[in-house]
Design a protein around this ligand. Sequence first.
Ligand code: NAD
Ligand code: WQD
Length: 367
Amino acid sequence: MAASEPSSGQRVLVTGGAGYIGSHTCLELLQAGHSVTVLDNLCNSSPESLKRVESLAGRALELVQGDIRDFDLLRRLLGSPGGKQPAFDAVVHFAGLKAVGESVAQPLAYFDNNVAGTVCLLRAMAEAAVKTLVFSSSATVYGDPASVPISEDFSRSATNPYGRSKLVIEDILEDLYRSDPAWCIARLRYFNPGGAHVSGLIGEDPQGTPNNLMPYVSQVAIGQRECLQVFGGDYPTPDGTGVRDYIHVVDLANGHLAALRALRQDDGQSGRFLTVNLGTGVGVSVLDLVKAFERASGRSVPCRVVARRAGDVAACYANPALAKTLLGWQAQRNLADMCADAWRWQSQNPQGYRQSAAQAHSDGATR
Ligand code: NAD
Ligand code: WQD
């Protein structure tokens, strides 16, 4: 079945569903006929993203504002043990902190939120017998890869506390599955997500200075920032700048639906444990991305090559073959699509979701 085709409706709990990847996934889930409950503490997102998801889908979802570390809340949400039917068929788990630099400065906050938060979620799921989980892992678990493209069997290592939190969670999930093979678990290793929904209504809304390339380039193109600093021009890559695998966020979202379907294939028999790269397999340099963005936006993106950023690797892109075999999924959108969609989102929402919040406030004040 193609990744975007509807399948029979499941009741899905989406942690971190108000965030960038989560909101796009909620939309695809609703459009495919699933029912969606989001659990998000809104520490890095706005509920406005979900209002827009509902209006695009023409269907409602439920937002529970709360923390994945709140065991009592999870217990109430997932359904009581031993008693009635579990409240959900599956959990898609995005909630987490993701800023690499911040994780170096505040490692305990990252281990608490990401690792302890996931353990709390898993305990509540086990108790409620909700044993299907799709987890947001990352290509960061490959550390500095020995070669590219990267397959799932490459060795793993962490270069910072954020990456270590993903590695530890991956290991916890493996131990959990070994202890109870009724679990159905997919560990999805995302490469570099970018772009936005084609409507321009939902997209990435970074707080403060963006850490990632794509939102930074968007903000330079629109004139909010003067110049892109290109971190390193002397890498052993075709043009000397870092090479990554940029994957359209809607393709990524559809990868989660494909994973849910794949986990369901063995429903009622035994569990499943999948570890899959979600990438395009295409390596794109910083300068390639800048040129593509200039073409898509019709704006110029001034750049200056500066020193390498500590911890960056020269090249990181996926071998995406296993996702096709196991999930029937492959990326459908290319770099030009990603830049066009990111630009539509940026130009229609120059202040991200903050603009809507301010607008709603001033509308309320004048009423
Ligand atoms: P995001 O920050 O936009 O979304 C994460 C969401 O989780 C936010 O809405 C935040 O409010 C919520 N959240 C954080 N901690 C929480 C907690 N304790 N309880 C409840 N909600 C909480 O990030 P994103 O880019 O959408 O990333 C989603 C997931 O994918 C993360 O786990 C991230 O590590 C992973 N990932 C992201 C990228 C990327 O480059 N964006 C790459 C690989 C993996
Ligand atoms: C991409 C390329 C930079 C900004 C990070 C995390 C990883 C994952 C995805 C969550 C690199 C260059 C960037 C800038 C630049 N996140 N760059 N100027 O570092 O590949 O991955 O996000 O799991 O864990 O580490 O992504 O977008 O920061 O950088 O030249 O202002 O752009 O050097 O070559 P990265 P990125």
